[in-house]
Ligand binder design. Structure first.
Ligand SMILES: Nc1ncnc2c1ncn2[C@@H]1O[C@H](COP(=O)(O)OP(=O)(O)OP(=O)(O)O)[C@@H](O)[C@H]1O
Ligand SMILES: [Mg+2]
Length: 401
């Protein structure tokens, strides 16, 4: 067992990608630490540098107090479960599980005992004679895990070891991993995208983004007191609600949410609210809260004779026409229960299904097919009559051509 520490470690790949930037942290001896972060933030690269598969561009990595920069992977006494499994394709499951133990010249009886233990733990007993190509993704992942667990190294590096397993097996293996860690207390660095895994397994969680370690703390602290907006939005499922707000004299105004926070810094800020922190009001308070708000000053109810046919119009249409035409209420400040009509007839494509043209809007372009609306059809026929007869009155007496 050993402590692992990064000191100002940076990794820049030859193509110029900075995968890890100035990483400084220590994983205590026997600690189970979890690394989380979006894809491409440098988690695997950090693990590979501990394992000796990548050399840091600058900075130092120490295992058990000794700087291991330049030390070959086999001399670091580390077991790693790779994201890509990295099984030996020509060896059977049994040989894959036993490979690391044979390399360390372990007695055959002990190898058999260890392999039996992990194959039973990971339910691999029926697969021991198969080769990796004959296994499913989840089975390969279990073999990769078993190969690491069969060893008793100083440090475990586990790169998304449960990602391909079904939910039931994952939950079971998560519990087994926890138990194994309690039993052997091997220093473990565990990478995952699964927040439940991170919160339940990690003694501490490191949140990375863009190659940088943004926060390293216990799951509770990360959840309750995220260091910045990224961590606040990343940790938690569903995520934290983030509202833009402005604050002055301890009063925080975030739109619909107004808070008194004595000592809050004045200026623009972001308010984070966890969904479970919101309470639905009950009892008398709930009744008061569910009552519609009082009408704004200067508002008027709909005219009793009917609804105005367009905003600002003094002409009223009958309620029947309004209902049939799906007009709704035009009065911006009205408090009636009629659905609010948002805009004038917008044209064919964005119109609400079943909507009718505005009775005052004479243009046919505004209403699509005139045949949809008896009112429009009548007016159209009247216009045709006027054009045909050249007479403005007495339209109804003549048939349109
Ligand atoms: N060999 C390489 N050469 C160049 N760039 C690389 C190499 N390996 C990784 N990278 C880049 O380094 C960055 C970090 O990669 P890394 O594999 O560490 O991410 P990750 O956090 O493990 O992502 P994921 O969650 O998808 O596994 C990425 O932008 C990746 O494209
Ligand atoms: Mg990775």
């Amino acid at each position: 067992m050993a402590e692992v520490s990064f000191h100002e470690v940076t990794k820049v790949f030859p193509n110029g990608t900075t995968a890890v930037e100035a990483l400084t942290c220590t994983i205590a001896d026997g600690e189970f630490m979890v690394l989380v972060g979006p894809s491409g933030c440098g988690k695997t690269t950090a693990l590979r540098m501990i394992a000796g598969l990548e050399e840091p561009t600058s900075g130092a990595i120490a295992i058990g107090g000794e700087v291991v920069n330049g030390v070959s992977p086999q001399d670091r006494d580390i077991a790693m479960v790779f994201q890509s499994y990295a099984l030996y394709p020509h060896k059977t499951v049994l040989q894959n599980l036993a490979f690391g133990l044979r390399q360390h010249k372990m007695p055959t009886a002990e190898i058999t005992e260890r392999v039996r233990e992990v194959s039973s733990l990971l339910t691999l007993d029926d697969l021991l004679d198969r080769k990796p190509a004959q296994l499913s993704g989840g089975q390969r992942q279990r073999v990769a895990m078993g190969r690491a667990l069969a060893r008793r190294p100083r440090v475990y590096l586990l790169d998304e070891p449960l990602s391909n397993l079904d939910a039931q097996l994952r939950t079971q293996l998560r519990a087994d991993l926890k138990q194994l860690h309690q039993r052997f207390s091997t220093t473990t660095l565990y990478v995952t995208h699964d927040q439940v895994e991170a919160m339940t397994l990690g003694e501490r969680i490191g949140v990375m983004s863009g190659g940088k370690l943004l926060q390293l703390d216990t799951p509770q602290e990360i959840y309750r007191r995220p260091a910045n907006v990224f961590v606040a939005g990343f940790i938690g499922s569903p995520p934290m609600n983030l509202l833009s707000a402005s604050a002055a004299d301890g009063h925080v105004d975030a739109g619909d949410l107004a808070l008194e926070v004595p000592g809050a810094p004045s200026g623009e800020l972001v308010v984070g609210v966890r969904p479970e922190a919101l309470r639905l009001p009950t009892g008398a308070f709930a009744a008061a809260a569910s009552r519609p708000p009082p009408p704004p000053p200067g508002s008027r109810p709909c005219p009793p004779s009917g609804l105005p046919s367009s905003p600002g119009s003094t002409r009223a249409v009958s309620p029947r026409w309004a209902r049939r035409s799906n007009l709704g209420c035009h009065w911006k400040t009205c408090t009636c229960s009629m659905p609010r009509r948002v805009s004038r007839w917008p044209g064919p494509s964005p119109s609400p299904p079943g909507a009718w043209p505005d009775p005052e809007d004479g243009s046919d372009a505004a209403g699509g097919a005139a045949g949809d609306d008896p009112g429009v059809a009548v007016r159209e026929r009247q216009r045709e009559c006027r054009r045909h007869l050249g007479r403005a009155g007495r339209v109804g007496r003549h048939r349109p051509p």
